[in-house]
Design a protein around this ligand. Structure first.
Ligand code: AMP
Length: 249
């Protein structure tokens, strides 16, 4: 079984993002970038499935600037087998990414696609759902565990009031939530090995996908800064403040 894992390059989750002075977007120059944390979890799970003998190959795919190759190399250093880079400058909306991934699924014929539940830059949480719709495949979102028995996937999904267990027939798509696993760190020898793993390059035009945006970003603004906190000296004072000053959000 082949597993396809789409991975996105985003601003490192430990960096505090700054809005550009002209409010046209977020400052990306000289900012540390990294693999989207939920994509890392997806890569880890795909590698674990291969290590359990349930998959033969883990293929990564990333759409974005040429620098997304670094993101693919990160996943290859974790243990994925090969990568596909879809070189596209400019913003890519979830529907455009889903169409690109649909084309890659057409070329690669994976039986399972494991994705992040959302990318932490735009917080869209749309691409997996759209891809499953385009492919007409069953999908389990926000999964915290996965088992594969023959041609069936059993996934536990985190829903508002508990855990929902779903059974899906392969081929299918799952999106990873935080509790699915803790991704491994790549060892130095594996980082070196990853430099030699194959990364095929393609473009939206070669895949026959028009990625022209449908949305216009009018402005991106910094959230209002938080007021300074106060130190209370007693439980009574805390209760008094909670009663009289706390705001219901
Ligand atoms: P989103 O819908 O943008 O929140 O992203 C959800 C998931 O879709 C991510 O965790 C990735 O698995 C995948 N994805 C989104 N954008 C890209 C991209 N440019 N390249 C590859 N995968 C992507």
């Amino acid at each position: 079984m082949k597993i396809l894992v789409p991975v996105k390059r985003v601003v490192d989750a430990n960096v505090s993002v700054r809005v550009k002075a002209d409010e046209s977007g977020v400052e990306l120059g000289n900012v540390k970038m990294a693999m989207n944390p939920f994509c890392e979890i997806a890569v880890e799970e795909a590698i674990r499935l291969r290590e359990k003998g349930l998959a033969d190959e883990v293929v990564l795919v990333s759409a974005g600037s040429t620098k997304s190759e670094e993101t693919l190399r990160t996943g290859l250093a974790m243990g994925a087998d090969r990568g596909i880079l879809i070189e596209a400058e400019g913003p890519l909306e979830p529907l455009a990414v889903a169409r690109l991934l649909e084309a890659v699924v057409g070329n690669e014929s994976p039986e399972l696609v494991v994705m992040g539940k959302q990318a932490v830059d735009d917080d869209n949480n749309q691409t997996g759902q759209m891809l499953a719709g385009l492919l007409d495949w069953p999908i389990a979102t926000f999964i915290s565990s996965i088992e594969i028995n023959g041609d069936e996937v059993v996934a536990a999904c985190e829903v508002d009031n508990g855990i929902e267990t779903l059974k899906l027939k392969l081929p299918s798509l799952v999106t990873a939530d935080l509790r699915l696993n803790e991704p491994r760190y790549a060892s130095l020898p594996n980082i070196m090995k990853a430099k030699k793993k194959p990364v095929d390059k393609t473009t939206p035009a070669e895949l026959g996908v028009d990625v022209t945006p449908h949305l216009e970003v009018i402005k991106v603004a910094q959230p209002p800064s938080r007021k300074a906190g106060v130190l209370v000296t007693s439980a009574e004072e805390l209760i008094e403040k909670l009663r009289n000053e706390a705001q219901v959000i």
